[in-house]
Every structure is written in structure tokens, then in C-alpha cells.
Design a protein around this ligand. Structure first.
Ligand SMILES: [Zn+2]
Length: 266
């Protein structure tokens, strides 16, 4: 299975795209969040992911930098369904508030000929905290990250051989989710900026963490591979080096600071 990070930025970035990614098993793709707009379409194209290959979508929360790209993906999938270019069913998972919001938005914004596929072939399915689904043939458990801002879910996916990939969304780890995060083979976690630049970026005011915070957490919870995203983009040309240096000082595992469009074999 391949993981392609379509975007690595926080909400306000201009040099890179907002955080979203796709998991790919052969031609079967699982899209997680959509970034803030139409750029998702070119990112998917660049990643070699056809809209026809996206069978499953998950949206973590309702913030614009995660949601609006999903509206574009839904629009284009419905358009293809109208033309008969997509004949299979597509499933979008999210928590209750988000499902209601997405249904309202798409029914309002999409033309009737596209919107008629909602709940008919494009299924909007609510998931609850702790609920399991099979995605890409793997058991996937969704969990509430206990956000203080907008209700947000992450997920953990069993990769086989006792390995698992866990996505904590775009806010710091909460102790309530220890069972999901601990011993993850891959952990996808946000890092708004360097700890050494916390005074400049004020990550804690925005309920975000720093590179050092995320790396200390990964060390404590025995995470094998830590991937950091949802960052600022001022330091983009030196981000790998600067973040890597700060993180490696406190974390013994494999630390990845991907650029947009980097792919990982899991
Ligand atoms: Zn965000």
C-alpha cells in the first residue's frame, strides 16, 4: 500500500497545499480530507489517482482547509456518475455533524442532476467514536480526537502483521486515544512549527503542537515511523532540515517531514 501526501500545510499556507492524503492499494484509493479547494483535483492527477479510483473518502472535521476540496471531489464524482463514467458506489465516512453539513452543502450547491446521486451511489455514512469499517481490505477504526475547536475524528488502520497506521487529524494527541496511537507503525501527526519558533507562531493558542512536542509524544508511545504535517510554510525550503534536526534530538524512530506529493510505501 502506498501513502501519498497531497498537501502538508496548515490552513493559511500559500506556498504549499493544505494537509490531505491518499492511501492507495493497486487501483483502489482512500482519500482523507481534501484541502481547501479545487487544487485537490490537480494534486490527485499529479499523484496518478483518477477520480474513478476513489472508492472511499474520510473527512476529519469541518474546517475549510480540509472540507472545501472534498466538495470539489464530490462534485466531480457526481458529474462522472451523471455521464456514466463512474458506475460503482462511492462511500464517504465522517462524524454526524459533518455528514449533515456535507449533505446540506452538496444538496444546495450541486445541480439537481448531480445531487441525485447523493445517498444513491455516493453514500454519506456517519461513523461513531470507536466504530470499525473495512477500507482497502483493512480494519479501520475511527476515533474522536477530542478537539476543543470543532468535533474531529481520526482513524487507525490495521496494516497486517500487527502493524498499524494512525492519523490524529490536525490537532495534538489526546490521552483518551492512547490505545489507538500507542505502538503505531506509522503515526501521522500535526506540527504547526518548530518548538524553537513557538514564540513567533503561537501554536498553543491555536491548539496545535510543535515538532518537539510531536516527537516527544512519538518517542513515549513507541511509534516506529512519525510523519509530521499541517505546518507553516515560511521555512518551506529548509523545513526538512530544520524540523528533522529538532525532532531527531528527542525521537529515536524514523522521522519524516514530507514535501507535498511525497509517496511512502507502507
Ligand atoms: Zn487544518
Amino acid at each position: 500500500m502506498n501513502l501519498t501526501i497531497l498537501g502538508t500545510g496548515n490552513a493559511a499556507v500559500t506556498k504549499i497545499y493544505n494537509t490531505c492524503f491518499v492511501l492507495q492499494e493497486g487501483k483502489d484509493c482512500f482519500l482523507v480530507d481534501g484541502g481547501g479547494g479545487n487544487t485537490i483535483l490537480s494534486r490527485l492527477e499529479e499523484a496518478g489517482v483518477s477520480l474513478n479510483d476513489i472508492r472511499t473518502i474520510f473527512v476529519t472535521h469541518k474546517h475549510m482547509d480540509h472540507l472545501f476540496g472534498i466538495l470539489w471531489v464530490m462534485r466531480m464524482i457526481c458529474q462522472k456518475m451523471t455521464k456514466g463514467a463512474i458506475t460503482h458506489d462511492v462511500t464517504l465516512y465522517a462524524h454526524d455533524e459533518l455528514i449533515t453539513l456535507l449533505r446540506d452543502l452538496t444538496k444546495t450547491l450541486l445541480p439537481g442532476k448531480h445531487a441525485r446521486f447523493l445517498d444513491e451511489k455516493l453514500h454519506l455514512i456517519e461513523v461513531k467514536d470507536g466504530e470499525k469499517k473495512e477500507i482497502l481490505g483493512r480494519e479501520t477504526t475511527f476515533f474522536d480526537i477530542h478537539s476543543t475547536k470543532a468535533k474531529q475524528f481520526g482513524f487507525t488502520m490495521q496494516l497486517g502483521n500487527g502493524e498499524k497506521l494512525t492519523c490524529c487529524g490536525d490537532e495534538p494527541y489526546n490521552e483518551a486515544d492512547e490505545a489507538y496511537v500507542k505502538d503505531s507503525t506509522w503515526l501521522l501527526h500535526e506540527a504547526f512549527c518548530l518548538y524553537s519558533q513557538a514564540d513567533k507562531y503561537q501554536p498553543y493558542e491555536k491548539h496545535h503542537s510543535t515538532v518537539k512536542d510531536a516527537c516527544e509524544l512519538a518517542e513515549r508511545l513507541h511509534v516506529k515511523n512519525l510523519l509530521l504535517y499541517h505546518t507553516e510554510d515560511d521555512t518551506i525550503t529548509q523545513r526538512k532540515e530544520l524540523y528533522g534536526r529538532e525532532g531527531s534530538a528527542v525521537y529515536q524512530g524514523n522521522l519524516f517531514i514530507p514535501d507535498d506529493m511525497e509517496t511512502f510505501e507502507l
